[in-house]
Design a protein around this ligand. Structure first.
Ligand code: SAH
Length: 267
């Protein structure tokens, strides 16, 4: 259900639904960023996203999470969602007809412009996820993600809907749910007002193209190890220079790929 009867004045009074909700904030209608997840395991959500800053922001409706359970779209009495791979081989593949119906449902009411609402499938064969993608996604109105299971999903679904395949990294997970949560976490923390301290986003790893400098906190001495004296000096210029040089050194040592990109961008 949607429409005026569901429109509440206070942002906390809005109940979860599959239709994007309207929120009123300082008189201006705004819609919270929304993630819709197609999964065989809706109980895996919100998972870690329900904790800490992302969890608080979820409760405060700064973003919304809806799962679309794949099972009810399945075939027959047992609601089968998978079948053996065409051409033979190990494992099972998620069926195109079953997934197709779930995608239709999950894209209902979303903007036609995919730049405003990406449709993504989690896959080890996909484009590697990066901070830049998280930033881009945080500027959309929402996202629909398909979590694969077994050997993955029927290729025709990917082509029919023009689905973007995205990978969490060069390893194989049992299902897309963990990858979806990781990517949503990285995206949600970039939404305005979700992290209390916007400066911490600007300074952290990848935001400037470098890895972050090491961090220290009290006690000043622990197990015979001291905090680098420059950090205790109170000299902000010196501290900034030290941090920058640590960032550069770490990036050069650990991530020659990022270092080369950063150097090229400085010229
Ligand atoms: N047979 C596939 C792997 C299937 S793993 C292959 O070799 O490419 C089952 C599901 O887990 C995938 O459909 C995908 O949704 C998810 N998954 C596994 N590894 C992933 C990764 N690195 N990134 C994102 N999703 C992943």
């Amino acid at each position: 259900m949607s429409g005026p009867e569901r429109r509440a004045k206070g942002r906390l009074a809005i109940a979860p639904s599959l239709t994007p909700r309207s929120l009123e904030k300082r008189g201006t209608p705004v819609q919270a960023w929304q993630a819709r997840i197609i999964t065989l395991f809706p109980e895996a959500f919100p998972g870690v996203l329900g904790l800490s800053l992302t969890g608080k922001a979820l409760k405060e409706r700064q973003w919304a999470l809806d799962t679309v359970d794949l099972r009810p779209f399945g075939i027959g009495k047992h609601r089968n969602v998978d079948d053996t791979p065409a051409g033979g081989g190990a494992g099972m593949v998620l069926r195109a007809d079953v997934l197709g119906r779930a995608v239709d449902m999950a894209m209902r009411g979303t903007p036609d412009d995919r730049a405003q609402w990406p449709l993504v499938c989690l896959s080890p064969r996909g484009r590697p996820f990066t901070q830049a993608m998280a930033r881009q996604w945080s500027q959309t109105r929402g996202i629909t993600m398909i979590c694969g299971r077994f050997e993955g999903i029927d290729q025709r679904v990917i082509e029919h809907f023009g689905i973007e395949e995205v990978s969490l990294g060069d390893f194989v997970l049992t299902g897309g749910e963990l990858a979806a949560q990781a990517m949503i976490d990285a995206t949600v923390r970039l939404l305005p007002d979700v992290l209390g301290n916007a400066a911490s986003i600007e300074e952290e790893s990848f935001s400037q193209g470098l890895l972050e400098h090491p961090q220290y906190t009290r006690p000043a001495e622990w197990a015979g190890h001291e905090i680098p004296p420059v950090l205790m000096s109170g000299n902000h210029g010196e501290i900034a220079r030290w941090r920058q040089s640590q960032s550069e050194q770490l990036t050069q040592e650990r991530r020659p790929d990022l270092w080369a990109q950063w150097r090229a961008a400085q010229d």
